[in-house]
Design a protein around this ligand. Structure first.
Ligand code: NA7
Length: 287
């Protein structure tokens, strides 16, 4: 089966590789060609344009920065190509409203559309253990199940297009909120001179503990965030998407606004491509 994969960044590269090791005939396209080249050595064909990739695949996976990038790539050359018999599998984190609009435009161009954003970062993308959330028609979910299972063992059909995208934003705002809350908590005990191990021992025995706290701790203690799993600049993008969706649904986003400000300052400090855990440096700057 021929699958095309557009966007071979931090997440896309290992995901495309999962398709190759799964026996698919894979064509990849990336705006910056060099980032796709390691995949050629592993058996992928590199397309010269997004249009060529879309024309080659029975389905095309998109794993790019945002909804605008997905739309630009789909309309390369000015308009949507003829998508008859083709499926767009949109896996980037984008607004639910953007996903709904893309689904409509893909349908008008004769194609099928599934949204399938993922939770997890580079290690999970590499081992195929992402949480894959799917929005779209049950028959499409069925048809592309084997492809989705290369990325995560149990893709979950959430509902129609838009529903998986909003679940993904709901989770990503939690990533930012948890990281900000944990950083303040940790900064508080460290500055007072409390033994961090004692604090963590108490936290781990309480219902307040989250496993992400332990994963991020070594980076925080070393104040080194260069081993990036999830770039701060992309978390900022997602917080803005979550805030805008929450506001339009009539929710109060005061708390999220504070988290957004912290992540924004992390990016302004030149740490946009570092892991989002770098927000610790805004809350507790090194002395
Ligand atoms: P990365 O490593 O920042 O990769 C982003 C990818 O998106 C990369 O392939 C970029 O190409 C591509 N991109 C970004 N903007 C565009 C435009 N305008 N046109 C075409 N291609 C573009 O991010 P991740 O892999 O961590 O994340 C991917 C998605 O998953 C994202 O939605 C996250 O929020 C979750 P480049 O190499 O820069 O030419």
């Amino acid at each position: 089966m021929k699958i095309s994969f557009i966007g071979t960044g931090l997440m896309g590269c290992p995901m495309a590789e999962r398709l190759l090791t799964g026996g698919y005939e894979v064509t990849v396209y990336n705006r910056t060609r060099e980032k796709a080249e390691p995949l050629a050595a592993k058996g992928a064909r590199i397309a010269g344009s997004a249009r060529e990739a879309i024309e080659t695949g029975e389905a095309t996976v998109f794993m790019v920065r945002d909804g605008a990038a997905v739309r630009d790539l789909l309309t390369e050359g000015g308009s949507f190509p003829d998508l008859t018999g083709k499926t767009v599998i949109q896996m980037s984190t984008i607004a639910s409203t953007e996903s709904e609009a893309l689904a409509e435009d893909v349908r008008k161009a004769g194609g099928d559309y599934l949204e399938a954003p993922v939770l997890g970062s580079v290690p999970q993308a590499t081992e195929g253990s992402l949480l894959v959330m799917v929005g779209g028609a049950p028959e499409l979910f069925e048809r592309w199940g084997d492809v989705l299972r290369r990325f995560g063992p149990e893709p979950r059909l959430v509902g129609p297009v838009g529903h998986a995208s909003v679940v993904k934003l709901a989770l990503n705002q939690l990533i930012g909120s948890l990281a900000a809350a944990y950083s303040l908590s940790l900064g508080l005990v460290r500055r007072k001179g409390v033994d961090v191990d004692v604090y963590l021992d108490i936290l781990r025995k309480s219902p307040l503990h989250a496993t992400t706290f332990d994963r991020k701790l070594p980076q925080i203690l070393a104040r080194d965030f260069t081993d990036t799993n999830f770039p701060a600049v992309l978390l900022l993008k997602d917080l803005d998407l979550a805030r805008s969706e929450a506001t339009s649904l009539g929710l109060d986003t005061t708390a999220l606004q504070g988290v957004r400000e912290i992540v924004s300052r992390t990016v302004e400090a030149g740490k946009g491509r570092e892991d989002y855990a770098a927000l610790y440096e805004v809350i507790d700057p090194g002395r």
